[in-house]
Ligand binder design. Structure first.
Ligand code: ATP
Ligand code: MG
Length: 407
């Protein structure tokens, strides 16, 4: 019969099937439907339907790959049917010149700790400029370079390419020196997460995280510096997104080993596969900083501090129920370097409907610096209104009426 002369050879696939898997039958059925020429690599005895079987062991990818290569057969694809074979599949595909994931990425993706480590890099103080550039490239651009010990967005810069990352690191080193931090402090380089930012305050109990407040941060900057400006509560993010963010913050607290007292979590809502995905920026074992807690009022007109104290005393948190009215706070960033001479227009600012308070927290005569060098805000404006939009507007109007004089 001449049929074989004109038949097109079916693609030959090496399917790596671990001994313990639910997936073997489905993969074999799929291969059968597709008419593939299948060779199965496995580390166990499986009912594999008469396909040639090559012995492999996932614990020894190099040796297993040697054995497969020694078969001298050409494959069109190498596929791992399940997780234990992923590394071997990547090693083999690399040797065979087939498209594949980098072997170390596959290893990293199989390791939860390594997954977390992937999107940031810790760069020791002794690292060369080259090492810093490499770390940034590994984290991916745009990235954020930050000092590990500072707060209030001091020493934090976004970098869009290796040169910018190196420049940011040099600048942050100078900021650290000026802040008299020990010279051996490492820097953090992490992926920049675009998307809306929020903060979650809560109290940890044996039962998990009881949320006290969620603040949206409208107008979150996208860099290169990250001044915190407006916080508005309650959050306007969709409920499921808030719930996911709370769950993420709770997990982060647990992962850190925290189980008691207040936490303040900061997250951004990134995207993965077109779906919103909360990403932790950081979590502190304290309640929200600055004077921001003054924007909050709870049942019985309690302050956040009362809730924290009651919680420390073992009293059940009657929390959970912030006062019904939307409220917010605006932190006034330092516009430029110099000596603060005056903050004018306070009366006008306070008179804006909805504004409930204004505190200038830096004394006149003090030297001030904008971000990323500075570590202070000029002060705080508070507002309360029927809607979050009105809160934002009141804060913005009040800010417009202030004139900050710096010489
Ligand atoms: N990986 C990132 N992606 C996007 N933005 C980031 C990232 N890291 C930091 N930022 C921005 O910088 C701000 C400050 O960063 P971070 O919270 O890590 O430092 P901080 O100095 O503790 O700030 P603060 O004291 O104001 O909370 C964040 O609120 C966020 O807007
Ligand atoms: Mg922060």
């Amino acid at each position: 019969m001449a049929a074989s002369n004109c038949a097109v050879e079916p693609p030959r696939v090496l399917l790596l099937v671990p001994a313990r898997t639910y997936r073997a039958a489905d993969f074999l059925a799929a291969a059968g439907r597709m008419g593939l020429d299948l060779v199965v690599g496995s580390d166990g005895a499986l009912p594999l339907g008469g396909h040639p079987v090559a012995r492999v062991s996932p614990g020894d990818p190099a040796g297993s790959a040697d054995r497969i290569m020694a078969l001298g057969r050409r494959f069109d694809a190498v596929v791992a049917a399940d997780a234990p074979m992923l590394t071997l599949a990547a090693v083999l595909a690399e040797r065979m010149g087939l498209p594949h994931n980098p072997v170390d990425a596959v290893i990293a993706a199989a390791d939860k700790a390594e997954q977390r480590r992937r999107w940031f890099r810790i760069v020791p103080a002794t690292a060369s400029q080259d090492a810093l550039r490499r770390a940034a490239a590994e984290a991916g651009f745009p990235c954020v370079v930050k000092a590990v010990s500072l707060s209030a967005s001091q020493g934090i810069l976004r970098a869009d390419d290796p040169a910018a990352a190196a420049a940011a690191a040099r600048r942050i080193r100078r900021i650290l020196a000026a802040a008299r931090r020990p010279g051996h402090e490492p820097l953090l380089v992490e992926q920049y997460v675009p998307g809306p930012e929020l903060s979650i305050d809560g109290l940890l109990t044996g039962h998990g995280l009881t949320v006290t407040a969620i603040f949206d941060k409208p107008g979150t900057p996208d860099g290169p510096t990250f001044e915190e400006t407006v916080l508005v509560t309650p959050s306007r993010l969709p409920r499921p997104v808030q719930a996911a963010a709370i769950a993420t913050a709770g997990r982060a607290a647990r992962a850190l080993g925290l189980s008691h007292g207040p936490v303040h979590a900061e997250l951004r809502i990134g995207q993965r596969g077109g779906q919103p995905r909360p990403v932790m920026l950081e979590l502190a074992a304290r309640s929200i900083g600055g004077l921001c807690s003054r924007a909050l009022r709870f049942a019985g007109d309690q302050s956040l501090e009362e809730l924290v104290l009651a919680d420390a005393l073992g009293r059940p948190a009657a929390a959970g129920r912030p006062a019904a009215r939307p409220s917010g706070v605006l932190m006034l960033p330092v516009p430029r370097s110099g000596v603060l001479r005056a903050v004018e227009g306070r009366g006008d600012a306070i008179a804006v409907p909805g504004v409930t308070g204004l505190n200038i927290t830096i004394p006149v005569g003090r030297r001030v610096q904008p971000l990323p060098d500075g570590d202070r805000y000029l002060g705080f404006i508070f507002a309360e209104a029927d809607t979050q939009e009105d809160v934002e507007q009141a804060l913005a109007r009040a800010r417009e009426r202030l004139r900050v004089v710096i010489s």
